[in-house]
Design a protein around this ligand. Sequence first.
Ligand code: PMP
Length: 356
Amino acid sequence: MLNFGAGPARLPLEISRQLSQDIIEYQQTGLSILELPHRGEAFGKILSEANALVKKLMQLNDDYEVLWMQGGGRMQFALLPMNLLHSGRSAGYIDSGHWASEAIRYARHYGTIMVPASSREQHYHTIPQIREAIPEDWAYLHITSNNTIYGTQYHHFPDSPVPLVADMSSDIFSRRINFSSFDLIYAVAQKNLGVAGVTMVVVKKSLLQQAADNLPGILSYREMAAKNSLVNTPPVFAIYSCLLTLRWMDSMGLDKLDQLNRHKAALMYAFLDESGLFECLIPTEFRSNMNICFRMKDEQLTGHFLDYASSAGIQGISGHRSTGGFRVSLYNAITLSDVEQLTAVMRQFEERYDKG
Ligand code: PMP
């Protein structure tokens, strides 16, 4: 089976094998990874290696803290304004898709939210451009680097006079970018990073100093940083799974992954642009290299193709329930040969259809 799902997404097989061994016993400790004490030495090593690898892959120095938090992306939608939007300040959010607009909806509970650019009217088929100067008194500017549902991605980030915050859940570690131009980055696990249950937050220490200091520990970025992500019992297994994917990515290097991801996406888009049956509606400059969204020119064929693909062992390619059509997610664990197999199946379907 080939899983092109948007998340929980394919894990490299060697990582699943390692995890299954560690569930039986973790490194001669006599304990399963599921039983490992979260304040013990073994987990301490997991945490510090994971933190170091995050910074290494992102080329970040000690100006940044790495936090491992729970509650997924939606919890970050709430924690971000709780921590950073205080003292009556406003924050800016770019509305580039469903998750961006959810982040806005959550943030409105905590303060004044301004939306300097939106592509809602373009059905979220573009990355909206900011046309006016960002006020310097905003607490931060929030963007969603890759729009998982619509298949668009930032290829140039806005210049921001205020701290730049990004939800990178669906393209973290997929490409080489200048991570140090961001003040806070968060990403849920289960796509390019580990398994569901934990969210990585990378935050600049200078921003932490401005964070609210009256929040309960579990909701506070500052407290999480001060306690090395151990305010409560952390999801040890999920964090360990992140460490294994971080090691796997480090062994390849981000530049190589970046090159491979571009190559995989280029293959899909070239096929779609030449196809008589399938089409991608996203303008070239905004297309995502992680989530390729497309549809059938004749929408009545959608179900037929899904059945055909499924009988060829292809899973997880239905579009999000709000958009319909198809979505193929090309996260790091998907190989070039997987994409070649998929395009071969699409081509066979076209040929069968042409013959009637
Ligand atoms: N942000 C982005 C970019 C996403 O793709 C998703 C969905 N995985 C979320 C946020 C929401 O994450 P969660 O389901 O953990 O709340």
